[in-house]
Design a protein around this ligand. Structure first.
Ligand SMILES: CC(C)=CCC/C(C)=C/CC/C(C)=C/CC/C(C)=C/[C@@H]1[C@@H](COP(=O)(O)OP(=O)(O)O)[C@]1(C)CC/C=C(\C)CC/C=C(\C)CCC=C(C)C
Ligand SMILES: Nc1ncnc2c1ncn2[C@@H]1O[C@H](COP(=O)(O)OP(=O)(O)OP(=O)(O)O)[C@@H](O)[C@H]1O
Ligand SMILES: [Mn+2]
Length: 297
């Protein structure tokens, strides 16, 4: 995932664009301090993922992850090891970050190392929490909660968690074919079986009617998590809503793209084109500019 996909553009308007509503375009952009903080978190997440997925993955072992965790501890205690770590140490100093989701993400990498099949959704959910729900939890203290928000902080963290889960489920559904080539099947085994499917169907890459029906349910579940995240996104500090809405709408579009491919995620990679991405930005803007609702479902 690159920066642009995440909705971070080095985008600073020269003049404030005002509209008739009570919003100023400028207030929809995160402060530089926040952008840098999200960047530092992103870099740490990326490096953590690179340990298991990157070019050095063959040197991977639980000892490497143990060292990475020790290093995380040092980052949080003001002892960064390199410049990228230092960016996170600075972030920890500026924002009230909790080390727990960071540790949990490392735990997710451990899980990915020892496991390549998931018996049921409960197991898959845990993996999704570790590698992606955690990102939501890491981000909220930086993004901030709107001062006018009347809902509990907990429900906002919960929405952030759900956005991460939705993103990861979508990632998994998009990459079924690719992951299969690495011998990995992240789909719940019991649900495959309910549709008369098994690993072999994944490896043989044949898109059957059963596969399509199975995929419909998986897509519906990913959408459910995005819907859960929506209300929370509007409760974030105004300046942080725009990148969150952009990423939410963009990720959701990947699910539409899988449908457009007639559920062929075995030989094709669902892709959201540039035009569709650009068309989505005004909608993200409108959502971001709207007033948070006082009730939370
Ligand atoms: C209230 C509310 C809705 C708040 C918003 C909370 C929020 C900002 C949630 C964002 C959640 C998010 C972007 C999750 C990322 C999920 C993800 C795709 C994780 C990937 C894991 C491993 O998967 P895999 O190996 O299968 O994938 P690849 O093939 O390697 O791609 C990750 C790659 C783990 C590493 C995660 C990152 C690099 C993303 C980190 C992103 C941020 C810190 C920025 C979040 C901020 C915004 C604005 C989206
Ligand atoms: N700029 C970077 N971008 C992405 N991933 C990186 C980057 N630098 C390092 N990494 C990842 O983070 C891991 C740890 O980084 P580090 O620079 O400490 O290297 P290392 O392999 O641990 O060697 P050493 O700690 O001895 O310098 C690397 O193995 C690599 O996968
Ligand atoms: Mn990865």
């Amino acid at each position: 995932m690159n920066n642009e996909q995440l909705g971070f553009h080095n985008f600073t308007p020269k003049v404030g664009i005002r509209n008739s509503a009570n919003s100023d375009f400028g207030t929809l952009l995160m402060t530089e301090e926040r952008q840098k903080a999200i960047w530092a978190i992103y870099v740490w997440c990326r490096r953590t993922d690179e340990l298991v997925d990157g070019p050095n993955a063959m040197h991977m072992s639980s000892a490497v992850l143990d060292r990475w965790e020790k290093r995380l501890h040092d980052i949080f205690h003001g002892r960064p090891y390199d410049m990228l770590d230092a960016a996170l140490t600075h972030t920890v100093y500026k924002f009230p970050l909790d080390i727990k989701p960071f540790r949990d993400m490392i735990e997710g990498m451990r899980m990915d190392l020892r496991k390549s099949r998931y018996e049921n959704f409960k197991e898959l959910y845990l993996y999704c929490y570790y590698v992606a729900g955690t990102v939501g939890l890491m981000s909220v203290p930086v993004m901030g909660i709107a001062p006018e928000s009347a809902v509990s902080a907990q429900s906002i963290y919960n929405a952030a968690l759900n956005l991460g889960i939705g993103n990861q489920l979508t990632n998994i559904l998009r990459d079924v074919g690719e992951d299969a080539m690495r011998g990995r099947v992240y789909l719940p085994q019991d649900e495959l079986a309910q549709f008369g499917l098994c690993d072999e169907d994944v490896f043989s890459k044949k898109v059957s009617d059963g596969w399509r029906e199975f995929m419909k349910e998986q897509i519906a579940r990913a959408r459910f998590y995005f819907n859960q995240a929506e209300e929370g996104a509007s409760q974030l500090d105004k300046a942080s809503r725009w990148p969150v809405w952009s990423s939410l709408l963009l990720y959701r579009k990947i699910l539409d793209a899988i449908e457009d491919n007639d559920y062929d995620n075995l030989t094709k990679r669902a892709y959201v084109g540039r035009t569709k991405k650009l068309l989505m930005l005004p909608l993200a803007y409108t959502r971001a500019a709207s007033v948070p609702s006082l009730v939370f479902p």
